[in-house]
Design a protein around this ligand. Sequence first.
Ligand SMILES: NC(=O)c1ccc[n+]([C@@H]2O[C@H](COP(=O)([O-])OP(=O)(O)OC[C@H]3O[C@@H](n4cnc5c(N)ncnc54)[C@H](O)[C@@H]3O)[C@@H](O)[C@H]2O)c1
Length: 441
Amino acid sequence: MKIVVIGTGYVGLVTGTCFAEVGIDVVCIDVDTKKIENLKKGIMPIYEPGLEEMVIRNAEKGRLQFSTSLKDNLTEADVAFIAVGTPPGEDGSADLKYVIAVAREIGQGINEHIVVVTKSTVPVGTANKVRNAVQEELNKRSSNIDFDVASNPEFLKEGAAIDDFLKPDRIVVGVESRRAEEVMRKLYKPFLLNGHPIIFMDVPSAEMTKYAANAMLATKISFMNDVANLCEIMGADVNMVRKGIGSDPRIGNRFIYPGIGYGGSCFPKDVKALIKTAAENGYNMRILNAVEEVNDAQKSVLFNKISKHFNGVMKGKNFAVWGLSFKPKTDDMREAPSLVIIEKLLAAGANVKAYDPVAMHEAKKDLGEQIEYSKDMNDAIIDADALLIITEWPEFRTPNFKVMGKLMKNKLVFDGRNIYDIGEMKENGFDYYCIGINTTK
Ligand SMILES: NC(=O)c1ccc[n+]([C@@H]2O[C@H](COP(=O)([O-])OP(=O)(O)OC[C@H]3O[C@@H](n4cnc5c(N)ncnc54)[C@H](O)[C@@H]3O)[C@@H](O)[C@H]2O)c1
């Protein structure tokens, strides 16, 4: 089989590479010439564990190719995956201009049947728009080539994307024809050998499934953050509460860790887009409005603790920050809570020195030279008045507290991810703040 994947970002590159890994001929297309040139040289545009070696291996075998031209690569392709970005427009709705532009290009370029599959996260009704755009271009060419549209939302997690793609919990595909279903079943067969389900449904349901999944996960996070804030007021320990409720299989223990708010390229924009879709159709997503409100407030919770500790006087103080990316094992800085907290510290006149294992080059694009970037964890805390834990990278979990105490000006830690033990921090003489537990009593 042959496929083209249009948009070679997180989703497109992982998708294309994993399909090549199981023997399918793949061409990954992108309008970003530099990205494509780099990929041809084996230089990755993103940090994703395991991706680089898989890209290089499959490119060497000739199964994975990169190009800036969609037109030149449509011939004999069974499927065209659209995996371009769908960023929020000014009103919060998903901006479909890249998706539709690609659909038009497909309509201009195809010469035989193809299944046009939307992998980007798109609102219900987008497949219709894609179909219309392809058809309009065919009409301009007075062509009657047959094609199918399908929706195949992607559920991979950044930081574990390869594993998620190769061993998916489930694959969701919205189709309108038997032919499209057969093509998609054949394409995904190698990933289903372990019994993972492929769930076929109508296209609108598939489009909605992706938003409902992300909105549900965002809801779990905001719910737990709300509970954490109340725990602090009431003298309960949210870590205990989390274990207590997570052991109930109806609730489950994933996505109920309190923190400093969700970020990343998906949850914030997808929650916004779903609220907007509902509003446009006369429905008010009351829960999701609250989810967003809680999340926005949660991004300030750590700063508020810092401000309270320093009686509002942070001017000239040195803050070390461990972790910048929105979550571990990625360099993705989109909507990262670190940005909100650092901007607040800078506005208060503080100095910030940060360390992140992989995201500093990305963070620089947002923060520039307003902060200092450290070569390692210990360098960041030299002379620090306080340390902030923003991203729970594994290497931050078991630091040498004795060494830390010697390097820092104050033994003071604000932990936005609850990775340390309160007793151990006390034993080592640290003042310690975390989320959902009042540690000042
Ligand atoms: N990142 C994730 O974890 C994730 C997970 C699931 C779903 N998604 C969804 O997948 C979609 C893509 O997300 P992403 O994070 O991979 O985006 P991204 O920004 O990393 O990549 C998008 C790519 O599309 C390219 N592009 C734009 N217009 C193009 C065109 N006309 N032709 C060819 N290439 C074009 C861009 O240059 C860019 O490289 C979004 O809808 C997103 O919501 C993302």
